[in-house]
Design a protein around this ligand. Sequence first.
Ligand code: S3P
Length: 174
Amino acid sequence: MPCVVVLVGLMGSGKTTVGRRLASRLGFHFVDTDEVVVARAGRSVREVFEQDGEVVFRELESQALADSLNHIGDVVIAAAGGSVLSDTNRDAIKGRATLTVWLDAPPRTLAQRVSGAGHRPLLDGGAEAALVALESERRGLYQSVCDARIDTTGKSVADVVDEAEALTLKVRIP
Ligand code: S3P
């Protein structure tokens, strides 16, 4: 039975970094839905937002998520922060994931982690304020879709990977 691990959470929560390491430790395939969008669009996330708008970006994001969830075999999926906005996406995650982990941290911590990375258009006006607003909009959605929450505050990437690996090994059916 293939094991599908989905990581959700706000920008800066560590989905890509943790997901990549978790997958490599478990010998799973790794997919980052933003990377799928960028590869298909042939443009950066910022360019898609600026040239086509957020609605088009969200459509590409949903398609990338659906395709990632259909991966045949064991996989860790870093689902871009906004993936949980759509009912369809949340249902797809709930229907397909063996384990969904919410990587959580307060907006201030997330803002510190993303500082210096200019590729996220939603953070252009100031990362912390934007993350506070996004958190209040999305906290309930991450909660509703996840099986487990890891509070990543003050933890190293290795610590978070350890926790995520332990959760995965508990639910994995060999
Ligand atoms: C977004 C998260 C980003 C990227 C885009 C919008 C969001 O992905 O998809 O900038 O709405 O939360 P990460 O969560 O991988 O940074």
